[in-house]
Design a protein around this ligand. Structure first.
Ligand code: AMP
Length: 455
């Protein structure tokens, strides 16, 4: 079997899609920062115990989906299957709690790995953008996290989504609920799958989101967590929902939503999206509160809440809805040496442009003028800088706009000021032609007249 191809469930992002991903990342990043979050980067692999402790031994992730290996030092290591565990491990290990400026607000972005069955929108290496807000227990903070996720979607131009909300209660509510589920499922366990047999003993909550049995009547008729919530949890949940009402968040309460990771307590949520034709895109974001996790990592008793977006799903959704067509790779100038003997001069012009902060590239192959112009188009170069013998002799250049096709010969010393002026005019035109009311030219996401430019 050939080995020179992608492992199943992974993908290559070539230039254009990487640019699109970067655009999505920048929208999420900027908004997270505007809500007071700062970036943190943790290793892509951790000691396996980090995930056993947090994601939990009863979860599908730990049971079936982790990429675990033994290092040369005989330690069991695991490629991170999600981002929260590493962030909390770092928070405790680096004693970030000592500052006590709560909430401590961190965001992260990077690949996570899950050995799942690949299908549309489901990968084995995926990227998550997540936030964690540590140290505060307040319905306003739960609401803030959800409002921020919605804000991010709106900013990306995604409007067809709904937030599924539930509360799985505090530790004691959860314990009583688990016991009730165990007694409920035990007599009929033979009708459920092998994995559910294990779940019955480990954590009967996991039966509720079993991919095989989830839709069976017995699961649908199972006791509901809402009947087991303590008064405090109930009130906390209502307060959170009230804030979401105030901000017109499109949510529904789904009392079967339990989330697949063991660390959650109280408020949990998932955001489901549809494309513009109404086709479901499944979950694009998941999160909730996890008040026990910092303590689990031997840190102080600090509550926390967060979420994670799946970047690939956001990308697919935005591509499907054609919201990314203005994200294209462009180049400011492309230098075209027209004869062998001018090559050195052309190279110097290109380097001069670059050193003055103007993007530039050139043809190194001495190809025909026609071939070089094709490259100018393919690279979406705004200006071709043509250089022949007369240009070299006069220390000049011929600048041709790829939009208006006008061309002009000028001394090389005038090139940078000329281009700078052209770019400034172009910027201004963009701001004016944009009819969405913003000055920022990347605000329309392809819907208005403005375009998003990547330089
Ligand atoms: P989770 O950590 O399971 O709550 O996942 C958070 C988000 O990551 C989900 O809402 C999805 O958008 C995304 N996600 C989870 N698993 C996958 C996967 N295997 N492939 C692509 N995206 C995923």
């Amino acid at each position: 079997m050939a080995i020179y191809h992608l492992p199943r469930g992974t993908q290559d992002f070539l230039f254009e899609r990487t640019l699109r991903l970067e655009y999505i990342e920048s929208v999420l990043r900027d908004l997270a920062e505007s809500y007071g979050y700062a970036e943190i980067r943790t290793p892509i692999f951790e000691h396996t115990e980090v995930f056993l402790r947090s994601v939990g031994e009863s979860s599908d992730i730990v049971n079936k989906e982790m990429y675990t290996f033994t290092s040369r030092g005989e330690r069991s290591l695991t490629l991170r299957p999600e981002g929260t565990a590493g962030v909390i491990r770092a928070f405790v290990e680096q004693k970030e709690y000592a500052q006590q400026d709560y909430p401590y607000k961190a965001f992260y972005l990077g690949p996570v790995f899950r050995y799942e069955r690949p299908q549309a929108g489901r990968y084995r290496q995926l990227h998550q953008f997540g936030v964690e807000s540590i140290g505060t227990r307040s319905p306003y903070l739960d609401a803030e996290v959800i409002l921020m996720a919605c804000h991010m979607l709106n900013e990306l131009g995604i409007h067809h989504y709904r937030v599924k909300m539930n509360s799985i209660g505090d530790e004691s509510s959860l314990k009583r609920y688990r016991e009730a589920l165990q007694s409920y499922f035990a007599p009929a366990i033979s009708t459920l799958c092998e994995d559910c047999h294990r779940r019955l003993d480990q954590n009967a909550l996991r039966i509720l989101d079993c991919k095989l049995d989830g839709d069976k009547e017995i699961v649908k008729n199972a006791p509901k967590i809402s009947d087991f919530l303590s008064d405090e949890s109930q009130q906390y949940f209502s307060q959170t929902l009230q804030i979401l009402n105030d901000y017109q968040v499109p949510y529904v309460v789904d009392d079967r939503l339990v989330r697949g990771l063991d660390y959650y307590t109280d408020v949990v949520f998932e955001i489901e999206a549809e494309d513009h034709e109404g086709h479901s895109f499944g979950a694009i974001c998941g999160g909730g509160r996890y008040d026990r996790l910092v303590k689990e990592f031997d840190g102080p008793e600090l509550p926390a809440a967060g979420f994670a977006f799946g970047m690939e799903r956001l990308l697919l959704l935005l591509e499907k809805d054609e919201l990314l067509h203005s994200i294209v790779r462009e180049l400011e100038t492309y230098v075209m040496p027209l004869e062998d003997k001018v090559f050195q001069y052309a190279f110097d012009v290109m380097m001069h442009l670059r050193l003055q902060g103007i993007q530039s590239d050139m043809d190194y192959g001495m190809r025909s003028i026609k071939a070089q112009f094709k490259t100018v188009d393919r690279k979406r170069a705004q200006y071709a800088i043509l250089i022949g013998t007369s240009e070299m002799e006069q220390q000049s250049v011929t600048v041709k706009s790829n939009t208006t096709k006008e061309q002009k010969t000028m001394p090389v010393d005038e090139l940078v000021p000329y281009l700078a002026e052209q770019f400034a005019t172009r910027e201004e035109e963009h701001t004016h032609t944009c009819d969405c009311g913003h000055d920022d030219h990347d605000c329309c996401h392809g819907e208005g007249d403005c375009h998003h430019h990547q330089h």
